[in-house]
Design a binder for this molecule. Sequence first.
Ligand code: MN
Length: 169
Amino acid sequence: MKPKSSLLPAALAGSLLSGAAPAADTLSQIVTHAGAQPSMKGPEDYFTGSVRVDPLFAPSAPASYSGGAVSFEAGARSAWHTHPAGQYLLVTAGVGRVQEWGGPLVELRAGDVVWCPPGVKHWHGAAPAAAMTHIAITGVRDGKNVEWLEQVSDEQYRREAVGAVGSGT
Ligand code: MN
């Protein structure tokens, strides 16, 4: 029995932000074709607004990190959370925003790369008027990849972003 904070719910733990995992002893490359892993909706407990998660790969020793593509509709965002082994975000489309606790709200655009260090409380999501997709590469430590905290309030979300260009925020 995993505590709620350790990972995602059982139904999602194997697939949200992760996907097919190769056998530990495999010696050949593995191609997981597009469409082979079903998309899922980001759970309401951990996201605000419309969020689609496309699992990419699960952790497999010695590569102790998972990958997933997350698409946020305009106004959608994650809850506040931390990652015990850190996380890279690779923004692939649209305009978004990321913020760590106590820090500025930073605008993101396609091509931007974000490193979230272990234990740093943060959130990420779309801009108020534009969708955003990022690939999340999330480290795993002791079987955990995320600890979810409270939701991002509208007041927190609607602050002006640093680096915003013509976003109207
Ligand atoms: Mn994160």
